[in-house]
Ligand binder design. Structure first.
Ligand code: SF4
Ligand code: SF4
Length: 457
């Protein structure tokens, strides 16, 4: 609930939670209830569980996801990304950005209302604690406007203490995503004096989370988040968003022909405080709270549900029975293809990275029996979590390879560097610069090929 005196058309000029002097208007959102809220709550449990559990999941002894920026060690879904994988990472990032754009054009801000950590923590954790301690919107408004009684003091103390605790937990869990749970366990076992700067950073980040969820709140979505700010260019009349069916609802009022009885319940329940009947707005995070609330009102007034529903502007204007049209079907196919490409690229990354270059400054050597030889430098990076015994073979021609030094083998995530000589019969060579291809084998299985050249007379 928000002071609506001057909001009838002010939504066109400024965010709904800002008054004409630029001051903040506090939103007292009514506790949502209904089918969509239940679905969202269940979904958020999975997201929260994922957030909390991921740092402890291990794949072959390594983290499932690790974003260790300081050591440039990135692990995504168990796959390690090295500095040499920048190209794959860039490709994945580009396909991810394309995915987000197409997804938003088609399905609007589904991400914001359902999966964004900001919404999940605010609506499903902090707001629920607030409902529990201070009660629903009218009670909270009365409490805030009222004098500092014993009840107000203990309620505020309890709520903010829980908020601070959760903020600390959030920071520590985020920390594990970046440094791994083992390092985190070592860090917290050590005395604070040994990691004092890290401890101060942890307190600052926790303080930031506490400030966001206890005070700044929905302003992250309306004023800070770049994704939110981009909605104006990403959405169009065919995007599926939370929409008010103005054809059915208007003219609004208790005794009018339209189905909207103008009860204002959809505004009371909105965590941003907007009126969805004004049309699609930048602030709407598609949380579906107004759908649930309006459906309850429709039920009470014996009208069909869906006055507020997921639909596109075109769908409502033209009275479509389904939200599906040829464009969102085609985009959905593209999204599935993009997602498949994303997964395929992740899974099909070569397990090793090989570089074979002729030793600089040397041409070729002529040996007895008409045999020509070239000297090569070889570098192999093991991207797996396993020890790899390796073998190199020439697969394009007949030839012999003699490695310098010991056996070819690499420990997990290590690098192998050596030199070898390749001998090829002069008769086999096609020119003074022949393309040759090597195969890298592990336990007789070809795991990578590498093309380079062989110089001869
Ligand atoms: S909840 Fe439904 S009936 Fe009530 S004001 Fe909103 S749209 Fe109209
Ligand atoms: S208008 Fe409806 S869907 Fe949009 S933020 Fe408000 S309650 Fe959520």
């Amino acid at each position: 609930m928000i002071d609506m005196q001057d909001t009838d058309t002010s939504f066109r000029d400024r965010p709904i939670n800002i008054d004409e002097r630029g001051s903040r208007k506090w939103v007292y959102a009514k506790k949502p209830k209904g089918k969509w809220y239940t679905r969202r709550t269940i979904f958020s449990w999975f997201v929260l569980l994922f957030f909390l559990v991921v740092p402890f999941i291990r794949v072959n002894g390594n983290p499932f996801i690790l974003l260790d920026i300081s050591s440039r060690n990135f692990i995504l879904f168990g796959a390690i990304f090295w500095a040499q994988d920048t190209f794959i990472l860039a490709l994945l990032m580009l396909s991810f950005i394309l995915f987000i754009i197409l997804f938003t054009v088609t399905y609007g801000r589904l991400w914001c209302g359902w999966a964004c950590p900001q919404t999940i923590f605010l609506e499903m954790v902090f707001r629920k604690i607030e409902y529990l301690v201070e009660g629903d919107f009218r009670k909270r408004l009365k409490l805030d406007k009222g004098p500092w009684t014993f009840e107000k003091i203990w309620k505020k103390l309890l709520k903010h203490s829980i908020f601070i605790l959760i903020s600390l937990m959030m920071t520590n869990t985020f920390l594990m995503w970046f440094i791994g749970s083992e390092k985190w366990l070592i860090l917290i076992a050590e005395p604070i004096s040994e990691n004092f700067s890290g401890f101060v950073v942890m307190l600052i980040v926790s303080g930031f989370f506490y400030w966001v969820y206890s005070y700044f709140r929905e302003q992250i979505c309306t004023m800070v988040c770049p994704y939110g700010r981009m909605q104006g260019v990403l959405l169009d009349s065919k995007s599926i968003v939370v929409s008010y069916d103005y054809k059915r609802g208007e003219p609004r009022g208790a005794k009018t022909k339209g189905d909207c009885i103008d009860c204002g319940q959809c505004i009371f329940v909105c965590p941003i405080g907007i009126d969805i009947r004004n049309g699609t707005q930048l602030e709407c995070i598609n949380c579906t709270a107004c759908i649930d609330q309006c459906n309850t009102v429709m039920k009470r007034t014996a009208k069909d549900p869906g006055l507020i529903r997921f639909d596109s502007d075109t769908g409502i204007k033209e009275g479509h029975k389904t939200i599906w049209n040829s464009r969102n079907r085609a985009y959905t196919v593209v999204l599935i293809l993009l997602f498949s490409f994303f997964i395929y690229t992740l899974l099909s990354r070569p397990v090793i990275e090989t570089t074979i270059l002729r030793t600089p400054g040397l041409l070729y050597q002529e040996n007895t029996d008409n045999i020509i030889s070239n000297l090569y430098n070889i570098k192999i990076v093991n991207k797996t979590h396993d020890y790899l015994p390796l073998e190199i073979r020439l697969i394009s021609h007949e030839g012999e390879i003699i490695m310098a030094g010991s056996k070819m083998e690499i420990e997990d995530q290590a690098m192998f560097e050596s030199t070898f000589i390749l001998f090829i019969d002069r008769e086999v060579l096609e020119s003074d610069n022949t393309d040759v291809e090597f195969g890298i084998y592990s336990k007789d299985e070809l795991i990578e090929t590498y093309k380079t050249n062989f110089v001869g007379p």
